[in-house]
Design a protein around this ligand. Sequence first.
Ligand code: PEP
Ligand code: MN
Length: 340
Amino acid sequence: MIIVMNESATIAQIGQVIRAVEDLGLFARPSRGENRTVIGVVGIVDEAQIAPLVDMEGVDQVAPYSRAFKLVNREFQNAPTVISLGDFAIGGPEFVVMAGPCSVESEAQVRETAEAVRACGARILRGGAFKPRTSPYSFMGMGEEGLRILRTTADDTGLKVVTEVMAPEQVPLVCRYADILQIGTRNMQNYALLEAVGKVRVPVMLKRGMMSTVEELLLAAEYILANGNSQVILCERGIRTFEKATRNTCDISAIPVIKSQSHLPVVVDPSHAVGVRAYVAPLARAALAAGADGIIVEVHPRPEEALSDGAQSLRPPQFAVLMDELRAMAGALGRTVASG
Ligand code: PEP
Ligand code: MN
């Protein structure tokens, strides 16, 4: 349920409503909009208990959420969530590009890639130090040494770091090195992990489960917000369909759907969505055209030597062309590509 206050409701009246909700054993999450405050009621809500609060002073209406997700819902917060990362932000007018290798393989590989993508205008360095692999015999990542490489290289080149955290017990470690915690597609419904990243104050990029609906993605994000972390970025990375020409099927329509239902920023990962180098740039352009807040792209200086996902990694010159195209498109759409 949500409690919508009058435009003229006073701070004291809002406080009284919050206390009334808490007296019922529920949590009240007030959100101050430009004109009015909306109080989200979180917990196992009995509609009959909440409905009488409509008679309290300052209350305009008590209404059910139209969907199961609450804190991530546009009905709860209409203004877009903007995640500040120093001199740029995700979720505002700028289109933000995250780029880097699939996996951290060596200091030299990460440095070469970081310098190349930074020179083209990327703002965030991606790379996995803990890798979820389909086969237990594949390269699993460099662990903490990989995190250290990402951090020092990003600091030296003026980039931020996004990297994956795979288990709740890894969260404190990864938080020491990362600016954004990535939750991979295989972990979208790992509720213990969602709760753990909900309890920290580092932004989270939540990737859509490869077999999940948009509603399930939003409910997974709800776990993170309900645990106290409101800095969540959603990532469309392709879903499994019957189509075999691409690794996954990129659900471009998910961008406007999520934007209409939620205030959270949305980015697209065209690399994992298609899995084929030649198709990555067209999808990246489609993401910008459809209203995404950014992209996360795999780039490797020598994809043929990559320990993971070489087939979908752009070479630095291809990435440079893509960035020029994105800047031209952004101009036509009244947006800009974040640059440092
Ligand atoms: C990745 O971005 O490195 C990754 C493993 O992606 P996904 O979880 O989408 O497969
Ligand atoms: Mn990858």
